[in-house]
Design a protein around this ligand. Structure first.
Ligand SMILES: [Ca+2]
Ligand SMILES: [Ca+2]
Length: 201
């Protein structure tokens, strides 16, 4: 047997041992999380970026003495979703570019019913958004199911906007505010209940 054959034989034994060590952990992962079997998470890339280099999830797994349950509530790749949420959604817990899809939504917080606005003052409109709502929103004033005024045609989607209550606005009861995405007006929300606008005192 020449040296070349000995080296190749050694390399094969070494590689097969590394490979079997990897697949043991993958088997453990599948035993812990049967739903990943046969999916894109059923791969070395669950814990490794390239070759034997661990990704952030693999590093946390190693640091936790290879205890999957101990790192379930950790967000290893810092993409806003903890590891168990990603595993259940079949997205990669060690890859920030892979994460669950968030439904785009807007929720009006103020006015949400019962308020009284007064012409001549400024009123605060606030809202929350999730997912990809876009950079800007528009704010509309509705009364008894009819749109009466666009208070802001476009304003940054930063969750709050003060609006000047001009004398040209109608007064009375039955008002609601709608906040909608400018890029996709089908994403929006309306005050849960109506509020009142009083004239200048
Ligand atoms: Ca994550
Ligand atoms: Ca991820």
């Amino acid at each position: 047997m020449n040296l070349k054959i000995v080296c190749i034989a050694f390399a094969c034994v070494f590689i097969s041992q590394v490979a079997s060590a990897k697949s043991d952990y993958l088997d453990d992962a599948i035993a812990e999380y049967p739903s990943i079997n046969g999916t894109s998470l059923d791969s070395c890339s669950l814990c490794h970026s390239t070759g034997t280099n661990r990704n952030s999830y693999g590093a946390d797994f190693d640091a936790a003495n290879r205890n999957f349950a101990a790192i379930e509530n950790v967000d290893s790749d810092n993409d806003g979703f903890d590891n168990i949420t990603e595993i259940e959604a079949l997205t990669k817990p060690g890859d920030a570019n892979s994460h669950p899809t968030v439904q785009a939504s807007i929720t009006v917080k103020k006015p949400n019913g019962g308020e009284t606005w007064t012409i001549g003052t400024k009123a605060q409109v606030t809202w929350q958004s999730t997912g990809n709502v876009g950079a800007d929103v528009r704010i509309e004033l509705w009364q008894n199911g009819q749109k009466v005024k666009t208070l802001k045609g476009t304003t940054p989607n930063d969750g709050k906007q003060r609006v000047a209550l001009k004398v040209s606005l109608p007064t009375g009861t039955g008002f609601t505010v709608k906040v909608k995405s400018v890029s996709d007006p089908s994403i929006g929300d309306e005050s849960n209940a109506s509020f009142t606008i009083n004239p200048v005192p």
